[in-house]
Ligand binder design. Structure first.
Ligand code: HEM
Length: 505
């Protein structure tokens, strides 16, 4: 009672509007994160209350471009300690490390592997996986089973990352043995996302228990993880183009830039949600939007089919980068269905000695408060993206939209987050995304599957959110820090004559 009274009447955030329950307890965000709908609830709360809302006793969420840059591009701000709930080894990885110096080192080393120039070396492996993707579509197109593009994109996402992280061929695209790991990872993310909203729940230290249950249930991802690590250790350290070969020289090196072996495996494991699940969401979302928008589909198909003369010609480089409509479609899919849709919590750095108050978009934020911008809400803020639920790639094109408007949109586009903790894998993401979509549209014509399956992708069983869930034109994401999603189910028809080079592979 006393604590509730304090939070309502005396707390420094007492004057900020927001759902009543959120002012007194983290139950509000815990409940919505358990329901995987926190992104929708946050946007709804912004609409009902204000661009700045209190979403927990100690939490502020902003919905402005100014706040985005004030928060994420600010040396006085750190990742909030709620990220520590995702710590599995004594060594933090690039995602959950808070200390700025340690982060800088990790970012330097891992950033090299994920840079644009490094991606040129990794591209042959990626192309091989994309080749398997289109070949599998060809095989499936001849069967009677419907093709779920979420499943296909989940498999290729994990296969590509398996190679980059562990130099390991998971073969999810062709062999069902390990395909359920894609879902096991999501379950783990969901649990962590709930803990991140509720620091007190995390303090109960349930994670080791959950891990123990996983072990007892012999979760296949744990077994697979051990298998991948063992296989990696057997190889000569520079045998493959993967994370281990990049970092092996830093293992216990004496010059201060040292990493432990378990730290490298923890980084490699993080690549699965970071690089596998995110690109996957983007690809599935774009196929959803293309299957619903005949105009965009025709425009993109025409662009791809006139930019190249064969499917094998489609690879990274100026020709692919010159496909401007493709780039616009990718950004529009990432805007409407951001693969990391939630609020990425930050706090004033514990080491910040500046005596002036921390100001975010004109608001003085007291120490101890955690804050952020919700990516889904910002991407659907009409002030920055008019008609936010319409899939309109043209809004990103210089030929269709004035420069001033595009500038506003670019500064509000946060799919990869901004600032020093923004995504390190952007170059890889755009390459994989473009290759998968361009090759698919080169080899195949796509149609929505008729009947009940046509509804998969936009149907939310218990939505109740006028601001989001249940829209026919929106690809539905289930917020688990990354996302879970289903569909679209498509009919994939091989183009006459063109798919011959897939038969001969
Ligand atoms: C469409 C695809 C992708 C999206 C939308 C995306 C989005 C993001 C976001 C929002 C963050 C910030 C997370 C936070 O602040 O907690 C992030 C971080 C990160 N992402 Fe991505 N990502 C994508 C693809 C990738 C890929 C392919 C990789 C490669 C493995 C990757 C590696 C990373 C890494 C290493 C970080 C941590 C960066 C740091 O803290 O310095 N991402 N990503």
């Amino acid at each position: 009672m006393i604590r509730t009274g304090y939070r309502l009447l005396l707390h420094p955030l007492k004057n900020y509007p927001g759902p009543q329950l959120a002012k007194i307890s983290d139950t509000y965000s815990t409940y919505h994160s358990a329901k995987k709908s926190l992104h929708l609830a946050t946007r709804q709360a912004h609409i009902e209350y204000s661009p700045v809302i209190r979403l927990g006793p100690n939490k502020l969420v902003f919905n402005t471009v100014e706040a985005l840059h004030d928060i994420y591009d600010n040396d006085r701000v750190d990742k909030a300690r709620t990220y520590l709930v995702s710590l599995f080894t004594p060594h933090p990885n690039i995602f959950n490390v808070i200390d700025k110096n340690r982060h800088r080192l990790k970012r330097k080393l891992i950033g090299r592997l994920l840079s644009e120039s490094s991606m040129k070396k990794f591209e042959p492996i990626m192309l091989e996986q994309v080749g398997i993707f289109v070949q599998q579509l060809l095989t499936l197109s001849r069967g009677s089973a419907p093709i779920n593009m979420s499943d296909r994109s989940k498999y290729i996402g994990a296969d590509v990352v398996g190679h980059l992280a562990f130099g390991y061929d998971l073969k999810l695209q062709t062999d069902p043995t390990h395909q359920n790991i894609a879902w096991e990872f999501k379950t783990g993310n969901h649990r962590l996302n709930v803990y991140m909203q509720s620091p007190s729940l995390a303090m109960l230290r349930l994670e080791p228990i959950a891990q123990l249950i996983n072990l007892m249930q012999k979760k296949s991802y744990l077994r697979l993880l051990q298998e991948m690590i063992k296989a990696g250790l057997k190889e000569e350290k520079h045998a493959k183009y993967d994370l281990y070969s990049h970092l092996a020289d830093y293992v216990d090196s004496p010059d201060g830039e040292n990493l432990s072996l378990s730290e490298i495996w923890s980084e490699a494991l993080f690549f699965f949600p970071a690089g596998g699940e995110t690109v996957t969401t983007g690809i599935a979302a774009l196929f959803f939007y293309l299957s619903r928008s005949a105009t965009s589909y025709e425009k993109l198909k025409t662009e791809i089919r006139s930019a190249f003369t064969s499917g094998t010609e489609i690879k990274g480089g100026p020709q692919l980068a010159g496909c401007q409509y493709l780039c616009a479609c990718i950004d529009e899919a990432l805007r409407m269905s951001p693969p990391v849709p939630g609020t990425l919590w930050r706090e004033q750095s514990l080491s910040d000695k500046d005596s002036t108050p921390l100001v975010i978009d004109g608001h003085v934020v007291p120490r101890g408060v955690i804050f952020g911008v919700n990516i889904y809400a910002l991407h659907h803020n009409e002030e920055y993206f008019p008609d936010p639920f319409a899939f309109r790639p043209e809004r990103w094109l210089a030929s269709e939209t004035p420069a001033a408007r595009r500038k506003v949109m670019s500064s509000a586009f946060a799919a990869f987050q901004v600032g020093p903790r923004g995504c390190a894998g952007k170059a890889m993401a755009y390459l994989e995304f473009s290759l998968v979509v361009a090759k698919t549209l080169w080899y195949f014509d796509l149609e929505i599957l008729p009947g009940e399956l046509a509804k998969v992708g936009f149907r939310v069983p218990s939505s109740g959110y006028p601001a989001g869930g249940g829209r026919r034109e929106e690809y539905q994401l289930h917020d688990v820090f990354t996302t879970d999603h289903d569909g679209p189910y498509l009919i994939v028809r091989p183009r006459d004559g063109v798919s011959k080079d897939l038969e001969t592979r």
